[in-house]
Design a protein around this ligand. Structure first.
Ligand code: NAP
Length: 317
């Protein structure tokens, strides 16, 4: 089954996730959708120092929004902040140093953040594909700690902050790679099977989609969405998938093309006309399962994921 899913997904990717897939999809875009100015609105972009996150932060800054960059590496992050200020002319760019694989630092960050700031839009963009099994200082597998648990803690901690504001939104940069995975809560720390970083990453991205659907049902005041940016030429892909990066070469999307749907979901009035909780690709809701792939999960399996995350979030507070 995994072989079928992977082959069907790769064929789909070659048609849709590449630069030419973007160019073809963009013929249906409404150009005015992103002709907006957003002074007075605050946006948090995790991993905003690199790749898709930086391209997203830059475009929001150019439209006058307040931007909170949440990054782990002070020197890379400071460089990105300076570049965004210089190119956008927007001084309201704040930097918060947080390692999203460390639950305690996320809790502490949100406690401080909410004393001083408001937030309209959270963009969960930070992500990683670590190809060897590595543990964090808390003994958590690193991909899971960053892509799932970190994103879960940050979002749940910020929901009350977002709910106070007008037109609140949460956008999570998932991945089309999640289409090859069915939700699996049996081995979240990847202890029991041979470690395959690509599949662990894809499983985390599936978990993000499931969480988005559940949050949308539980918090109707906030517009939740998740999305696939396409196959994008970023430092992350170069580092984690060097073979794929070399093979795809010029067929990869630019960072701006990868950021397009994130921006549309964060900025466009048209985005909130779509139901909350959907998975998007090129500004349109897209199916969360491949045909015949048997990747749907039951409410009980989804509930189990949330119970485990809640328990871990409490344990490492
Ligand atoms: N590029 C693609 O083709 C593609 C396809 C599907 C989905 N995505 C998703 O798009 C998002 C952005 O990725 P990208 O391709 O733009 O890669 P990228 O350039 O490597 O950006 C990833 C960002 O996440 C940050 N990050 C990673 N671990 C973190 C942690 N523990 N704490 C805080 N920040 C952390 C990175 O910080 P550092 O700079 O310090 O490493 C970086 O700023 C990811 O969620 C990725 O899974 C990308």
């Amino acid at each position: 089954m995994l072989l079928y899913r992977s082959a069907a997904w790769f064929a789909k990717g070659l048609r849709e996730y590449t630069k030419s897939g973007y160019e073809s999809a963009s013929k249906d875009f409404v150009p005015d959708d992103l002709e907006v100015q957003v002074p007075g609105r605050a946006f948090m972009v995790t991993g905003g120092n690199s790749g898709i996150g930086k391209a997203t932060a830059m475009e929001i800054a150019k439209r006058g929004g307040t931007v909170h960059l949440v990054c782990r590496d002070p020197s890379r992050a400071e460089g990105a902040r300076a570049e965004i200020i210089e190119k956008s002319g927007n001084q309201n760019i704040f930097l918060h140093i947080v390692d999203l694989s460390v639950p305690k630092s996320i809790w502490k960050f949100v406690e401080n953040f909410k004393q001083e700031h408001t937030l309209n839009v959270l963009i969960n963009n930070a992500g990683c594909m670590v190809n060897k099994r590595e543990l964090t200082e808390d003994g958590l597998e690193k991909n899971f700690a960053t892509n799932t648990l970190g994103m879960y803690i940050l979002t749940t901690a910020l929901i009350p902050v977002l709910e106070k504001e007008h037109d609140p939104r949460v956008i999570t940069v998932s991945s089309g790679g999640m289409l090859v995975q069915k939700l699996n809560t049996d081995d979240l720390q990847s202890e029991r099977t041979a470690f395959d970083g690509t599949m662990v990453y894809a499983q985390n991205k599936r978990q993000q989609v499931v969480l988005t659907e559940r949050w949308a049902r539980a918090h109707p005041a906030i517009h939740f969405s998740c999305m696939h940016p396409g196959w994008v030429d970023t430092p992350g892909v170069r580092l984690s998938m060097p073979g794929f990066h070399a093979r795809m070469g010029a067929r990869l999307r630019s960072e701006a093309q990868g950021a397009d749907t994130v921006l549309w979901l964060a900025l466009a009035p048209a985005a909130t006309a779509q139901p909350s909780g959907c998975f998007f690709q090129d500004r349109k809701p897209a199916p969360t399962h491949l045909p015949l792939a048997r990747t749907s999960s039951s409410p009980a399996e989804e509930e189990k994921l949330v119970e485990i995350l809640e328990e871990l979030a409490r344990r490492f507070k």
